[in-house]
Design a protein around this ligand. Structure first.
Ligand code: NDP
Length: 342
């Protein structure tokens, strides 16, 4: 097992916040992103927590991401909100725009948020969970840079293009699923490579287009496959069209063409849809849906997506962070020890 260091959630937040500030972020930008990172570690979304901080720092060092972004909201119609992210990281744009989306969906029954000019490299559950906590159903997706071969191909064209969906529940945490449309998120493959595990068959191809279970060969020169063959590929294509074509943002291949290759998240967009069951279904929808969840969970072996994260969230203790990762982050900071030794 690789060496780890125990860090409390406050230390995880402080480490990310301080590292981001030292690379030029103002309070609002650092606070929004450090909160996203801390919450990923808290919930056990390890591939999208501190693991991503070095890449965010790269995007700041190269000047690709704006560390003092001030996202701008335009209410295009009663149900359509646009947020220009001012080239910052996605969390500050989401923090600015989501309250507008909530208001629109509550009043209109359905509303869409088009976020453009941001850099997204996080898990997708926080944005839809925030909407479900307001009694709204929500769907979100983002594209990335080519990493996934379309059905039949051996070369990357789609991003890992995650989709997330949340459903509000009375007196319970929302049902939230959040998944890459690739067989696995690239972060998971990179983690498997770091920790020396193989990955399941069907995860990806090596540089010669041959199937492999070696994550190193997939992450370096190889390609991921979509989940579920051509069906997953169709969903990955839908994500490209919603988070690119529909909102006048980049497709994954365009994001790569524009990217400076610094290893940080490319500039792109995000599509978020919010639906108000109180308006579409009317009184009684909560009980109707609770009955559905009860029936589903009566089947042996089932659990709801999101449950694992919520169980992790109950644990307020330290998280065990890979030591090599902490060393990498600390090497980018003036005095990480002040935070690490608390
Ligand atoms: P997983 O395959 O680990 O999980 C996908 C979903 O399935 C989760 O909601 C999970 O819930 C649920 N789930 C897992 N097992 C079960 C089960 N037995 N029963 C019911 N539900 C289950 O996710 P991925 O590896 O595909 O993606 C990991 C992360 O990577 C995501 O957060 C995604 O947003 C992120 N990502 C981000 C990208 C970006 O560009 N920003 C690109 C690609 C991915 P639970 O969490 O409760 O286990």
């Amino acid at each position: 097992m690789p060496a780890t260091i125990p860090l409390k959630l406050e230390q995880i937040f402080a480490l990310a916040y301080q590292a981001l500030c030292e690379h030029g972020c103002d309070h609002d930008n650092a606070d929004a992103l450090a909160d996203t990172i801390m919450r990923a570690e808290r919930d056990g979304s390890v591939s999208h927590g501190l693991f991503r901080l070095p890449a965010y720092i790269k995007a700041l060092k190269s000047g690709k991401a704006n560390p003092t972004a001030k996202p701008k909201i335009t209410q295009a119609t009663a149900a359509l909100i646009k947020c220009h992210g001012d080239n910052g990281f996605a969390p500050i744009a989401q923090r600015t725009a989501i309250p507008h989306l909530i208001t629109a969906a509550k009043t209109q029954g359905i509303a869409m948020l088009a976020i453009t000019h941001t850099h997204h490299m996080a898990a997708l559950w926080p944005e839809v969970e925030a909407l479900a906590e307001q009694n709204l159903a929500a769907f979100a997706c983002v594209s990335y840079m080519p990493a996934v071969a379309p059905a039949g191909a051996t070369k990357a064209f789609f991003g890992t293009n995650p989709i997330s969906f949340a459903w509000p529940r009375k007196n319970n945490f929302p049902m939230v699923f959040d998944m890459a449309t690739a067989s696995q998120a690239m972060g998971e493959v990179q983690l498997a490579a770091r920790e020396g595990h193989s990955v399941p068959e069907g995860t990806g191809l090596d540089a010669n287009g041959k199937p492999t279970t070696d994550p190193e060969k997939i992450a370096n020169g190889g390609v991921l496959l979509p989940f579920g063959g051509y069906k997953g590929a169709a969903i990955a294509m839908m994500v490209e069209l919603l988070a690119g074509g529909l909102i006048n943002e980049s497709f994954s291949y365009e994001a790569k063409q524009r990217d400076n290759g610094d290893g940080g998240p490319p500039q792109g967009g995000q599509f978020i849809l919010a639906l108000n069951p109180q308006r579409t279904a009317g009184e009684g929808w909560e009980k109707h849906c609770e009955d559905f969840f009860t029936k589903l969970l009566e089947l042996e072996g089932t659990r709801l997506p999101g449950e694992r994260r919520h169980k992790n969230r109950q644990d307020t203790g330290a998280r065990h962070i890979n030591k090599a990762l902490i060393d990498t982050i600390a090497s980018e900071m003036k005095d990480a020890d002040k935070i690490l030794k608390k």
